[in-house]
Design a protein around this ligand. Structure first.
Ligand code: 3HC
Ligand code: NAI
Length: 698
């Protein structure tokens, strides 16, 4: 028998223990071992029941994702499940930790299911661009009905044991050692004369309006296909007999396996885990972190303080004047009351966080004992340098001094202190207590253990942290500036902001760039344009109509008007006709005859600009690997997860074709569309961005 499964006897009960760390994924050896284990139990005289249990931290986390995309090897998981369910012995699954995907599918083939109170179950396949492929779409509706099954399968959400019990997914919750609890349950079942109970033999549930459910799932998933496909698979459980339903599920599963979306989402899954895995940090111990200082209690400072408080840090926040102290406190309390309303924290916790754990003051001396300070004052070098000089004077030796700057030079900020090795950029995204991304900006002199501490803080705050080098805008904002410029050029040349937004939402972005501009505040871009104007290259094409919108006091959502007009009480905005007129006037002034753009062309140019700049960012070492860029765009900029990120998207499209397009755009505007040397090199060598990721992992 496979060494991934141990077989032991306890009286008339056999115990199959899955031993495939870290999470008991259903690799080939585990599948073989499970079949062999069931066969052994059936031929083992006196065995009446079999308990399946997982060793370590989980029952089973699902199919082995590393096997996806490779030729499947027998025994296939649906057949393993079928073999378990068909056993003549009573099969009990004793579940702890997670039972996900194929793991829950194994459990659904057991005749009885018992779980620890802390156990969680779910079918997360849609998050990998798939549907369950080992019978869950056929068995679960028979067990808990269509509506509850569709909820679980199309959302991929995990449910805790108590909810799973209520839904009827599990039969019992008992706390204790999972093997012992399973054996006791099996013994009780045997002494009660319980019989085998195969979910596949249960009556199929009633039909629903399948087309409506399909359309709903498609709309909700914004272009991702697997949740809608899951509806069709569940439909098969109602309309076909069990065996044909299983064949239908398998066919849909295998079809999805071939899609770009599956590749993109699995790239996202592994990249999310690889992103914090940096060779330079191997064996580097982070510094201790208990208390955090925050300078500035505006949008970002309040958000950062909220995130730190919610993760158990004590926080000292410094504001400029007494009247701003109260405002900062209110902002943080407002954020925390959101967590209170959503049931994330109790009233007692809220009270503790807003009083004992938080100090807001104008006195820098209060920072004398904090372990790390994040500066989030105005985006102005002189102000930042002044703050860092003060921090250098009051913070204890070894305290880390971080800046949340969006664009400014962290080396220059570091040079304003006597301890540049303790200075780092920690670039949070707004709202900082919600957004998952953290760019850890490593300056020339930043010490390795300071970088490691940046990552440790990110982890403690539940963020996806990405290492970035110093340049204007680091990884994300630098790339954003370029693809945003491509959109601006298309507007000058004939596309409307509204067509561009729509094309990109259809591509899968949460919002288009002009709607995002309105949300962030048009004054931010206005200030940046003014800052950059003196250093602008003569070949740069910068539209001026947006400045006119700003000059009239229209900054987007916060003033009710920007690219769109926002009526109170309505969601989203309607196109602002004044903008259309201003654009027309600017085109006329520049002598541009507007031309039509197709939606596909808009997406192609926007993405080409994004990938080209991203390739420069990787080529210059600002991002260490293409996957780092992918994670920045996914977690900070609303990039559709099912494409895996812009670099994965580019690989899937073909780098040679993309480079050819960039070169053809360069015929119109050679200054803007300078192909990235790294892109040219990869095309010449016939390699992909993912090849670079793989080389970095070696
Ligand atoms: N296959 C292969 N490797 C897996 C895996 C899986 N199903 N699940 C987790 N891993 C790996 C991770 O890549 C990671 O590897 P690393 O240490 O080399 O980076 C390691 O196990 C530990 O994982 P995490 O760092 O994510 O540990 P956590 O404790 O934070 O989370 C988890 C554990 C909740 C199990 C999380 O890993 C997870 O959600 N895994 C994916 C579960 C999933 O999607 N299952 C469905 C698979 S598809 C399927 O079953 C198809 C079937 O219907 C036919
Ligand atoms: P904000 O204007 O909302 O807040 C700045 C706060 O800093 C104000 O409350 C101000 O009173 C305080 N402040 C100014 N000088 C100070 C000093 N010397 N000591 C103490 N407090 C002082 O600005 P916001 O948006 O929070 O931005 C702060 C920083 O974060 C900027 O560097 C910005 O570029 C960066 N950032 C902003 C993002 C955003 O979306 N708003 C996203 C990521 C970074």
């Amino acid at each position: 028998m496979s060494d991934k499964i141990s077989y032991t006897r306890n009286g008339d009960i056999a115990v199959l223990r899955i031993q495939n760390p870290p999470v008991n994924a259903l690799s080939l050896a585990v599948r073989e071992g499970l079949v062999a284990g069931i066969e052994k139990a059936e031929s083992d005289e006196g065995v009446q029941a079999v308990v399946i249990v997982g060793e370590g931290r989980a029952f089973i986390a699902g199919a082995d994702i590393t096997e996806f995309g490779k030729p499947p090897q027998e025994p296939f998981l649906p057949d393993v499940c079928k073999r378990i369910e068909a056993s003549s012995r009573i099969i009990v699954a004793s579940m702890h930790g997670v039972s996900l995907g194929g793991g829950l599918e194994i459990a659904l083939c057991a005749h009885y299911r018992i779980a620890q109170p802390s156990a969680r179950v779910g079918l997360p396949e849609v998050h990998l661009g798939l549907i369950p492929g080992a019978g869950a779409t056929q068995r679960l509706p028979r067990l808990i009905g269509v509506d509850a099954s569709l909820d679980l399968i199309t959302s991929g959400r995990q449910v805790k044991a108590d909810e799973a019990l209520k839904m009827g997914i599990i039969d019992k919750i008992v706390e204790g050692d999972p093997a012992e609890v399973g054996i006791a349950y099996a013994k009780a079942l045997l002494s009660d004369g319980a019989k085998r109970r195969a979910v596949s033999e249960m009556t199929p549930p009633e039909p629903i309006d399948w087309d409506a459910a399909y359309d709903g799932a498609l709309k909700k998933a914004r272009g991702q296909i697997s949740p809608a496909q899951a509806v069709r698979a569940v439909q098969a459980s109602v309309e076909l007999d069990f065996d044909d339903g299983m064949l239908a599920e398998r066919e849909m599963f295998m079809d999805l396996m071939k899609t770009d979306q599956r590749q993109g989402m699995i790239h996202a899954f592994f990249s999310e885990r690889a992103v914090g895995n940096l060779p330079e940090l191997k064996d580097v111990e982070p510094r201790a972190l208990k208390s955090i200082g925050v300078i500035g209690g505006g949008t970002m400072g309040a958000g950062i303080a909220t995130a730190a408080l919610l993760s158990g840090f004590s926080v000292v926040l410094i504001e400029m004047k007494d009247e701003f102290v109260a405002a900062a406190h209110d902002r943080i309390s407002g954020n925390l009351s959101g967590a209170l309303k959503r049931g994330k924290i109790s009233q007692d916790k809220f009270d503790e966080l807003t009083t004992k754990a938080l100090t807001v003051t104008t006195q820098y001396d209060a920072l004398s004992d904090v372990d790390l300070v994040v500066e989030a004052v105005f985006e102005d070098m002189a102000v930042k340098k002044d703050v860092f000089t003060k921090l250098d004077a009051v913070c204890k030796p070894g305290a880390i001094l971080a800046s949340n700057t969006s664009y400014l030079d962290v080396d220059e900020i570091a040079a304003s202190t006597l301890r540049p090795e303790d200075v780092i950029g920690l670039h949070f995204f707004s709202p900082a207590h919600v957004m998952k991304l953290l760019e850890v900006v490593v300056a020339d002199k930043t010490a390795p253990d300071v970088v490691a501490t940046g990552f440790a803080l990110g982890k403690a705050l539940g963020k996806i942290s990405v290492r970035a080098g110093v340049c204007d805008g680091f990884i994300g904002n630098r790339i954003l500036a370029t693809y945003r410029t491509a959109a601006d050029h298309m507007v000058l040349d004939g596309a409307s902001p509204y067509q561009i937004d729509k094309a990109l939402v259809n591509f899968g972005f949460a919002m288009g760039p002009f709607a995002v501009g309105d949300l962030a505040g048009l004054d931010i871009g206005w200030a940046t344009r003014k800052r950059k104007a003196p250093h602008r290259h003569p070949a740069e094409r910068v539209p001026t109509y947006v400045d006119k919108i700003c000059e009239a006091g229209n900054f987007g959502q916060k003033t009710g008007k920007g690219y769109y007009i926002y009526e109170k009480g309505t969601r989203g905005g309607i196109p602002n006709p004044e903008v259309t007129e201003l654009i027309k006037a600017e085109r006329a002034e520049r002598g541009i005859t507007p031309r039509d753009f197709t939606d596909a062309e808009i997406v192609r140019r926007y993405m080409a600009a994004m990938v080209n700049e991203a390739a420069k960012v990787v080529g210059e070492g600002i991002a260490k690997r293409p996957l780092d860029v992918d994670m920045v765009l996914l977690f900070g900029y609303g990039f559709p997860r099912y494409w895996g990120g812009p670099m994965k998207w580019a690989d899937l499209q073909g780098l040679a074709e993309l480079l050819a397009d960039i070169e053809s755009y360069a015929d119109e505007n050679a200054w803007f569309w300078q192909p990235a040397p790294l892109l040219k090199q990869l095309v010449a060598e016939g390699r992909t961005f993912d090849d670079l990721n793989k080389e970095a992992a070696k």
